[in-house]
Design a protein around this ligand. Structure first.
Ligand code: PEP
Ligand code: MN
Length: 297
């Protein structure tokens, strides 16, 4: 320990430099930090503004499975006023034997749904090749929990020219998550929406543990909007609504919810997917919470 206190060195560092070193050691990120941009950032995607007064709801199936499934879903989203539809075309599955997604065909279907029903599209890119395709066909590029620390991909996302939904890794600290955002920002893209989707804890009843505290903590540390994904946190559709309410009450700027016309037949994440009736109920219930905290849906 004695070596750490070297009198010669201390005398070379002035008080201001020491204070700056302490600040930068505490906050390793810069561009995504509140210090850099004290006001909330509002990320405008077409007519939709993330980080403003409105709580933005994104919803749709875990995966694009067929044109029929997708068009039914898009028509429903338009009807109940959900402005952004989700749907994975490239699926990062835990098992190589699970459905891997419709890939480029899926992206084209998402784009067709946008044309027909006026919903914006958020969908995941899993590597450089899919990123180029997603940036061409979708409105928002999703980077999933598993790729949150794929640094080469994050650099490319910085240059992709589209807003990004950056999910928190399932074992990532808030600092690691913000540093992942910093990678994207440092490579040219500050249109980043952060998404808390639950982290791994010792609890096994839920698929992940939704870290509600991440909402106020990240909003204090960063100017970027934060949304909540209660579906991947809960793992069970019955718990999605209460977690969505909690997220909005805690100050989340939006929600991303898995919905399927027939969850029992979903090719991925059926147990956590809401059917249309339950999604409509969620819009009503969450709308009430939003109004209670001075916002709208
Ligand atoms: C998804 O959104 O379907 C998904 C794979 O999410 P996550 O990366 O949060 O697991
Ligand atoms: Mn899913």
């Amino acid at each position: 320990m004695r070596d750490a206190v070297k009198p010669g060195r201390v005398s070379q560092v002035g008080a201001t430099e020491t204070a700056e070193a302490v600040v930068s050691a505490r906050k390793p990120y810069k561009l995504v930090s509140r210090d850099f941009h004290p006001d909330d950032s509002v990320i405008q995607v077409g007519p939709v503004a993330f980080g403003g007064d409105k709580v933005i709801v994104m919803s749709g199936p875990c995966a694009v499975e067929s044109r029929e499934q997708l068009m039914m879903t898009a028509e429903f989203m338009q009807r109940v006023g959900v402005p952004v539809m989700r749907g994975g075309a490239y699926k990062p599955r835990t098992s190589p034997y699970s459905f891997q997604g419709m890939r480029l065909d899926g992206l084209k279907m998402l784009a067709e749904a946008r044309e027909r029903y006026g919903v914006l599209i958020v969908t995941e890119a899993v590597d450089h090749e899919s990123l180029a395709n997603v940036a061409e066909w979708a409105d928002i590029v999703q980077i999933g929990a598993r790729n949150m620390q794929n640094f080469e991909l994050l650099k490319a996302v910085g240059q992709c020219g589209r807003p990004v939904l950056l999910k928190r890794g399932m074992a990532a600290t808030i600092d690691e998550w913000l540093l992942a955002a910093e990678y994207i920002a440092a490579h040219g893209n500050l249109n980043i929406i952060l998404c808390e989707r639950g982290i791994r804890t010792y609890e096994t009843k839920t698929r992940n543990t939704l870290d509600i505290s991440a909402v106020p903590v990240v909003k204090q540390l960063s100017h970027l909007p934060v949304v909540i994904d209660p579906s991947h946190a809960a793992g069970q559709w019955q718990w999605v609504l209460p977690l969505a309410r909690a997220g909005v009450a805690a100050g989340a700027d939006g929600l991303i919810i898995e919905t399927h016309p027939n969850p029992a037949e979903a090719l991925s994440d059926g147990p956590q997917s809401l059917n249309f009736r339950h999604m409509e109920e969620l819009m009503e219930e969450v709308g009430r919470v939003a109004r209670a905290v001075g916002r709208t849906l």
